[in-house]
Design a protein around this ligand. Structure first.
Ligand code: AGP
Length: 606
């Protein structure tokens, strides 16, 4: 989704803005622009383009000396992809960039008679027009008057042309972070990645507080003018974590980072082979009277939740409901005060998940966020937070975040099983000792990379592909199919292997790739029968299983043998293979897997 960067200080702004926008490219966007005080005087210049950051660079002045400006990458919502619709928007003395959606922009247009000043089709330009209409030379007064009039989500960064060197900002829902770096100046961004080159410290801009940045510092005040304290946070990763470090793409780098990410996520949470959440501030009492669990999440995070469900329900008999967060609000949630609601999110900013969480909080005080980004909104809004420690995930396709989410589900399942008396300490110890082996398992599986790459050659011309499995293999297949769809654009669906013959098998014809996952011993022979059914109809079958060798050609064309692990842990090596298949299918089709079309890393609009 849209990205924001702003800087005022001692350095030249243009390079900071353009480099910051390049760092934000991973969020997904279709146009880009900057606004800056020309020659640091009371005049704002704008450069923007319907294209990528390198296109924007081409239309920028080479010798721009400005020390204050704002930049934006736009992911189109209102109005198509065009230079006119790209941000920044300028009306009169106001130039601004905006993340979010102003829902009442039509009403504002007619109520304040703004239409004649508009040049674009965007809700953002209406906001610029409104700020301009209410502006009488005092930026803070203008923001105080305009902000309560907006309905929707917004993160605004505003330049007032008669206030050179100053940036003003305000937000509701849409995230924004800022920092003051001694010697450099003040930075603001939609996420820390944009200014991580300059500072590992940052603060979250609080909602409905006016931020005023100059080269000398940052002030914060509420809408009544009361000064507010700034609370800084810091991250334990640096700029290299947000770089490719020799890999061709972020995605493949992140696939390879999974062993370390899992170590970071589980090691400190297993003590004497038992789950240990004291350092997270999560008390056992959170779990002790849980009657059932609802998991809310979107996309990959939801599929991690599905694995959690299969595990918790099948292993420990705890009822789990996994709900697509964007639908949760429109269902009648069956939640009681004893329901534990788990919100899973890499970014911690997905608006659908956040809205679902807010609704859940009306029914229970047992909400737990499983989130990767420290201090993110979902983390702050939940009663408890269980951070995953994947480090920054830049590629749009989630890989390492999924693995650590799944690992977190295993830890939570173990804790729930114990606290609710559904299992014994010895059983949990065995279970978690197995979990500790996962980083090594993934390491071993990564040695199959060249085989995964080679087999995709037969897939790249496919229009459709299917993933099949039973039990945990089925839930894992959903993630495999999503990965393939989003970065290779091959239409892929996951089916419970036993369900195929109830309709979908009609789509299986000569050469259609079927990725069959058969790692669960209890249903192994049944899955093999299902595989034979598709093989007999001409499918190109890629089998993922724990068998050392499959020589029977009536079962599969390609066999990838994962390390011999307990059934419940097979998800980890299997997903790595699915990730590699998706990655190499994407490369084979000439697509940049890091920036698939139409997708955004963090989905902050409904
Ligand atoms: C995963 O590859 C996708 N990019 C997407 O499904 C993602 O998992 C989903 O949008 C949820 O994001 P979140 O984890 O940041 O909430």
């Amino acid at each position: 989704m849209c990205g924001i960067i702003g800087f005022t200080g001692k350095r030249r702004a243009q390079e900071i803005l353009l480099n910051g926008l390049a760092r934000l490219e991973y969020r997904g966007y279709d146009s880009a622009g900057i606004a800056y005080f020309r020659d640091d005087q009371a005049h704002v210049s704008i450069r923007k383009t319907a294209g990528k950051v390198h296109d924007l660079r081409a239309v920028c002045d080479k010798d721009n000396e400005s020390h204050c400006g704002i930049g934006h990458t736009r992911w189109a919502t209102h109005g198509g992809v065009s230079t006119a619709n790209a941000h920044p928007h300028r009306i009169g003395k106001v130039s601004l960039i905006h993340n979010g959606i102003i829902e009442n922009y039509h009403e504002l247009c007619s109520k304040y008679d703004l239409t004649s000043t508009l040049m674009s089709e965007t809700d953002t330009e209406v906001a610029a027009a409104l700020f301009n209409k209410l502006y009488d030379g005092d930026p803070i007064a203008c923001i105080k008057k305009a902000t309560p009039l907006f309905v929707g989500s917004f993160a605004f960064c505003i330049l007032f042309s008669d206030h050179p060197g100053e940036i003003f900002a305000i937000r509701n829902v849409s995230p924004m972070v800022a920092t003051y770096a001694e010697g450099d100046g003040a930075f603001i961004a939609s996420d820390l990645t944009a200014f991580i080159d300059y500072s590992k410290n940052y603060f979250i801009v609080p909602e409905y507080q006016i931020l005023h940045m100059t080269k000398d510092g940052i002030d914060l005040q509420d809408l009544n003018g009361k000064p507010q304290e700034i609370t800084y946070l810091s991250v334990d990763w640096d700029v290299t974590a947000a770089e490719k470090e020799g890999y061709a793409h972020y995605m493949i780098k992140e696939i390879h980072e999974q062993p370390q990410a899992i170590h970071r996520t589980i090691d400190a949470r297993i003590k004497d082979s038992l789950p240990y959440f004291e350092d997270d501030g999560i008390p056992d009492s959170l779990f002790s009277d849980v009657s059932d669990i609802t998991i809310i999440a979107c996309g990959t995070a939801m599929y991690a939740g599905m694995v959690g469900k299969t595990l918790m329900q099948n292993k420990f008999g705890i009822g789990v409901n996994v709900v697509v967060a964007s639908e949760f609000r429109y269902e009648r949630p069956v939640i009681s005060e004893h329901t534990l609601v788990i919100a899973v999110s890499q970014s911690g900013e997905t608006i659908d998940t956040l809205e679902a969480l807010w609704l859940a909080k009306k029914h229970t005080e047992k909400t737990l966020a499983v989130v990767n980004v420290k201090g993110s909104t979902i983390a702050r809004e939940s009663h408890y937070v269980f951070y995953t420690h994947a480090g920054p995930e830049i590629a749009v396709a989630s890989t390492k975040a999924y693995s650590v989410q799944v690992a977190s589900m295993y830890l939570l399942a173990a804790k729930l099983g114990l606290v609710l008396g559904k299992t014994s300490e010895d059983a949990v110890k065995e279970f978690l000792d197995g979990l500790r082996c996962v980083p090594d398992l993934i390491e071993k599986t990564l040695s199959l990379e060249s085989r995964a790459s080679a087999l995709t050659k037969r897939m790249i011309n496919a229009e459709h592909a299917f993933y099949i499995g039973r039990g945990l293999d089925y839930t894992l297949s959903m993630e495999g199919a999503l990965k393939l769809k989003e970065i290779s654009y091959i239409h892929a669906e996951a089916y419970a292997a036993g369900e195929l013959k109830h309709g979908t098998i009609a789509l299986v014809s000569e050469g259609v790739p079927v990725i069959a996952v058969a790692t669960q011993s209890g249903v192994y022979s049944k899955v093999i029968s299902n595989i034979r059914e598709v093989k007999a109809r001409g499918a190109y079958v890629i089998l993922i299983s724990k068998d050392r060798k499959i020589s029977d050609k009536s079962i599969c064309d390609i066999h990838l043998s994962i390390p011999d692990v307990r059934d419940e842990l097979a998800v980890f090596p299997s997903v790595v293979i699915c990730q590699l298949i998706a990655y190499y299918a994407s490369i084979g089709r000439g697509i940049n897997p890091d920036q698939p079309r139409n997708l955004a890393k963090s989905v902050t609009v409904e």
